[in-house]
Design a protein around this ligand. Structure first.
Ligand code: NAD
Ligand code: TYD
Length: 339
C-alpha cells in the first residue's frame, strides 16, 4: 500500500506518519508538504532515512508537481492534512486559506480522478459546524448538524468538505471525511493555545487569554485522532463523514490554570486580552457514529495526555525555541502587542 500524506510536516500529519510507519511496516508513506511557516522538516528528521518514507516539498495547489508525484508513486490512498490551520491568521489574511484549503483540495482530488485511488480522505474539523451556546450543555455536533461557519478558516474547510462530497456524488470519487475536535500533543505549533501557554509559562511571559476565557473546546490527544483516521481509511464507508472527539470539554481558562499548576508557575501570569473577532463559544463532538461503526474510542485521558504533552515540550525545547525565536517573533508581536 502506498499512501500520500499531505501536510505531513505539520502537527497532526507528522504524528499520523509516525503512527503509520510504526504500525504498517510494509506500507510506503510519501509526505507532500510545502513547508510553510507551520511545516518543519526537523519534525521528520528521525524518519528521513526510513526506506518506506519519502519527503517531497511541493504545494498542493501546484497541479504539475502533484500530477508528477502521482505518476511516480501511483498512490492507493491520499490523506489530506495540508491546510492553513490557524483561525487568528485567517482573520488577518483569508486569501491563502481559500487557495490552499479549497483549491489545493480540488487539485488533489483531480489527481485522484486522473490516476485512480482506492481512497481520498479529507481531514476536516468540527469548526465547520460553527459553535454551540454555553448554556446548552445537552447539545453536540453530529454528522448531520448543518454547516454554519464563523471564521474564514472554518469557511474554507467547510467549502472543501462540500467540494469533496460533490466529487463523490458527481464523479464517484471514493472519498471519506473526518471532522475532529481540537487536538493537542507533541509537535503542536506554538501559535495554538496549549503549546503557546506552555512556551510562555516556561519563559515567565504573560499568558494571553482571549475575552473571558470561558470558551469551551473538546480536546483530543493527537494519537487518538491518528488512530481514528487509520480506521476510517481501512474500514470506513466510502462517501461518509465521521466525527471524531473524546467528550473532553474544557474552558480555556481552566486549561491555562492547569498548565500553570503542572509547571509550578503563578496564575498571575494570566493576562486577559481583547477577544478574537467572531470567537466561537463552544465545540462539542458526538462521536457515536465512529464508535458504533468502527469501534473507535479515545484511549488517552486528558489528565494523562496533558502531562505527556508538557513533558514533551520540556524535553524538546530546541524544537519550539527555534520556532519562537525565528519569523514567528514578528507574528507574535503583531498579534499580541498592545492587545
Ligand atoms: P499545521 O498548521 O500544524 O500543519 C499544516 C501543514 O500543511 C504544514 O506542514 C504546512 O507546511 C502544510 N501546508 C500548508 N499549506 C500547504 C500547501 N499549500 N501545500 C502543501 N502543504 C501545505 O496543521 P495541523 O494542526 O496539523 O492540522 C492538520 C489538518 O487537520 C488541517 O487540515 C486542519 O484543518 C485539520 N484539523 C486540525 C485540528 C487541530 O486541532 N489542530 C483539529 C481538527 C482538524
Ligand atoms: P486555538 O488553539 O487557536 O484553536 P481554535 O481556535 O481552532 O479552537 O484556540 C483555542 C482556544 O483558545 C480558542 O477559544 C481561542 C483561545 N486562545 C486564547 O485565549 N489565547 C491565545 O493566545 C490563543 C492562541 C487562543
Amino acid at each position: 500500500m502506498t499512501i500520500i500524506v499531505t501536510g505531513g510536516a505539520g502537527f497532526i500529519g507528522s504524528n499520523f506518519i509516525f503512527h503509520m510507519l510504526e504500525k504498517y511496516q510494509d506500507y510506503r508513506i510519501i509526505c507532500l508538504d510545502k513547508l510553510t511557516y507551520a511545516g518543519n522538516l526537523s519534525t521528520l528528521k528521525n524518519i528521513m532515512n526510513n526506506r518506506n518514507f519519502r519527503f517531497v516539498k511541493a504545494d498542493i495547489c501546484d497541479r504539475e508537481a502533484v500530477y508528477k508525484l502521482f505518476e511516480e508513486e501511483h498512490p492507493d490512498v491520499v490523506v489530506n492534512f495540508a491546510a492553513e490551520s490557524h483561525v487568528d491568521r485567517s482573520i488577518e489574511n483569508p486569501e491563502v486559506f481559500l487557495k490552499t484549503n479549497i483549491l489545493g483540495t480540488q487539485t488533489l482530488m483531480d489527481a485522484c480522478r486522473k490516476y485512480g485511488v482506492v481512497r481520498y480522505h479529507q481531514v476536516s474539523t468540527d469548526e465547520v459546524y460553527g459553535d454551540l451556546p454555553l448554556d446548552r450543555p445537552d447539545l453536540f455536533f453530529t454528522e448531520t448538524t448543518p454547516i454554519h461557519t464563523s471564521s474564514p478558516y472554518s469557511a474554507s474547510k467547510a467549502s472543501a468538505d462540500l467540494l469533496v462530497l460533490a466529487y463523490y456524488r458527481t464523479y464517484g470519487l471514493p472519498i471519506t471525511i473526518s471532522r475532529c475536535s481540537n487536538n493537542y500533543g507533541p509537535y503542536h505549533f506554538p501559535e495554538k493555545l496549549i503549546p503557546l501557554m506552555i512556551a510562555n509559562a516556561l519563559n515567565d511571559k504573560p499568558l494571553p487569554v482571549y475575552g473571558t476565557g470561558e470558551n469551551i473546546r473538546d480536546w483530543l490527544y493527537v494519537e487518538d485522532h491518528c488512530k481514528a483516521i487509520d480506521l476510517i481509511i481501512h474500514k470506513g464507508t466510502v462517501g461518509e463523514v465521521y466525527n471524531i472527539g473524546g467528550h473532553n470539554e474544557m474552558s480555556n481558562i481552566d486549561i491555562v490554570k492547569l498548565i500553570c499548576k503542572e509547571l509550578g508557575k503563578p496564575e498571575s501570569l494570566i493576562t486577559y486580552v481583547t477577544d478574537r473577532k467572531g470567537h466561537d463559544m463552544r465545540y462539542a463532538i458526538d462521536p457515536t457514529k465512529i464508535h458504533n461503526e468502527l469501534g473507535w474510542l479515545p484511549e488517552t485521558k486528558f489528565s494523562e495526555g496533558i502531562k505527556k504533552t508538557i513533558q514533551w515540550y520540556l524535553e524538546n525545547t530546541e524544537w519550539w525555541e527555534t520556532i519562537i525565536s525565528g519569523e514567528y517573533k514578528n507574528y507574535y508581536d503583531k498579534m499580541y502587542h498592545n492587545r
